[in-house]
Design a protein around this ligand. Structure first.
Ligand code: ADP
Length: 462
């Protein structure tokens, strides 16, 4: 595997190394550089606390009884001096300074007249540093407590050696761990990205990984959904191509055939010629309708349309739309039964709503039953109009009922000539009603016809 600069392995490795370096730097600082300072600080604090106790005991007049305990329990050198005579001392304590050495700082302290003072001296007896706190208890009464500071050089050396080993081990470990961690993380990603390649070729892909990482599992689930959706779309696209191809080809064949007929045979006979030409015009209209539908849907779906809201009477619009189907009523005996309402004032895009009603009515006529009846009902409830377009046809299957709104979807895929459908009509309806933010739906039972409805507020204004 070739490693790139920005690969997960390099990134994780880099961060882990930086993290380890930080930890090591802190360890070095606290263990080696500041060890002496920490040590002295803690010893000074310890000694100061003892001196505080001494002072307290003196104030309570109990110092004489407790001084020996204080000295031995804390393992310090303690001297209580009045004038030039010792009231208490433990000269054999290893923390005690040489008498001569001690005399010097004691004199200094007495002259300074201060209440308390801390000194750091070298004890020539053991050649080590000694910490002394001098305390003036009374006019002529002084307490001196001292403790020797251990040389830390050898400790520091041991720690240093340990730290060097720790550093090396930590760096090697972080290298190995980061390699495995990043491999574990990047493997499924690499696998997924390889699988995703086939997505672009619209192949059915089933994403699966062995690792159990929540975020990656989510990605896998999403990609599986995408794959299913893509396949569905692809299937629909193929179907549409077949349908549209068929829809385009039939009228074109007819147009060509009739045009040839006019040219070669019927051009002299006015009656026959006109009839042929009419067929050509009808077929051209069908083509036009189909192409318009496709253009309309693509416009709606790419959000290229703005709604032109206006207030208008839906009653008029429904009547006008019904009027457009007059020819079917006259020629083929269809009946559109409308429970005429007066004044249905609403606020919407009139042209788009006409499209909705036209498409729904067109479907209802196409799919209605033997009685050739279609009903339009408008009712008012809670200030909302419910517009229903009802047919008496064979209804829609439960499994298809949610899918019919999708573009290119047709329940009956077998092409039947008298029902010119592209599977686009309801998709346009859905798009327009959704853009208007309107409630809509369909209720249908097999064998019992369908009821396509939508609701719109009375005189709604935005
Ligand atoms: P089409 O142009 O095929 O009618 P639509 O998008 O208008 O396309 O409708 C999609 C599918 O929904 C139709 O092919 C048809 O199977 C079904 N459908 C629509 N309206 C009705 C209805 N009133 N009764 C039964 N099925 C319908």
């Amino acid at each position: 595997m070739k490693l790139k600069k920005n690969s997960l392995i390099i990134k994780i490795w880099k961060y882990l190394i930086i993290f380890s370096i930080f930890i090591l730097a802190f360890l070095w600082l606290f263990q080696i550089v500041f060890l002496n300072t920490f040590y002295e600080k803690s010893k000074t604090k310890e000694l100061n606390n003892i001196v505080k106790t001494i002072n307290k005991e003196y104030q309570n007049n109990t110092l004489i009884n407790t001084i020996n305990d204080i000295s031995t329990n804390n393992d310090i050198c303690l001297e209580l001096v009045e004038g030039s005579s010792y009231i208490y001392n433990n000269p054999y304590n290893r923390n005690c300074l040489d008498k001569k050495e001690a005399a010097l700082y004691k004199q200094k302290f007495i002259i300074s007249g201060q209440k308390t003072q801390t000194y750091k001296l070298i004890n020539p007896r053991f050649n080590n540093r000694t910490l002394v706190v001098a305390l003036k208890l009374d006019n002529n009464l002084y307490a001196y407590s001292s403790i020797s500071l251990q040389p830390l050089d050898s400790t520091i050396n041991i720690l240093k050696n340990q730290l060097i080993i720790t550093t090396i081990i930590l760096l090697i470990l972080s290298f190995i761990i980061s390699f495995f961690v990043s491999k574990k993380l990047s493997n499924p990603i690499i696998k997924i990205s390889k699988m995703a390649n086939s997505l672009s070729k619209v192949e059915k892909t089933n994403f699966e990984i062995d690792e159990d990482i929540d975020e990656i599992n989510e990605l896998v689930n999403t990609l599986n959904d995408v794959s299913i959706e893509l396949n569905k779309t692809e299937e629909l696209r193929r179907e549409l191509m077949a349908n549209v191809g068929h829809d385009l080809k039939t009228p074109l064949t007819m147009i060509k055939a009739y045009a040839e007929m006019v040219r070669d045979l019927t051009y002299k006979n006015k009656e026959k010629r006109d009839s042929n030409l009419n067929t050509i015009i009808e077929e051209t209209d069908k083509l036009n309708l189909l192409v318009n539908d496709i253009i309309e849907l693509s416009k709606l779906q790419t959000n290229n349309i703005e709604l032109n809201y206006e207030q208008f009477d839906l009653n008029e619009l429904i009547k006008e739309t019904i009027h457009r189907f007059n020819y079917l009523e006259e020629l083929e005996g269809y009946q559109i039964i409308y429970n005429n309402q007066s004044n249905i004032m609403i606020y919407a895009d009139k042209k788009r709503l006409e499209q909705v009603i036209y498409n729904l009515l067109n479907n209802a006529i196409n799919y209605t039953g033997e009685d050739k009846k279609v009903y339009i009902n408008v009712s008012l409830n809670n200030n909302k109009y419910k517009i229903e377009i009802i047919d008496t046809g064979k209804g829609i299957n439960k499994k298809d009922i949610n899918l019919i709104w999708e573009k290119y979807y047709k329940v009956d895929k077998n092409y039947s000539r008298n029902k010119i459908g592209t599977g686009i009509g309801l998709s346009i309806v859905k798009n327009i009603l959704t853009k208007h933010n309107l409630e809509f739906g369909v209720t249908s039972k097999l064998g019992n016809g369908s009821n396509f409805w939508f609701k719109i507020s009375k005189k709604e204004s935005k």
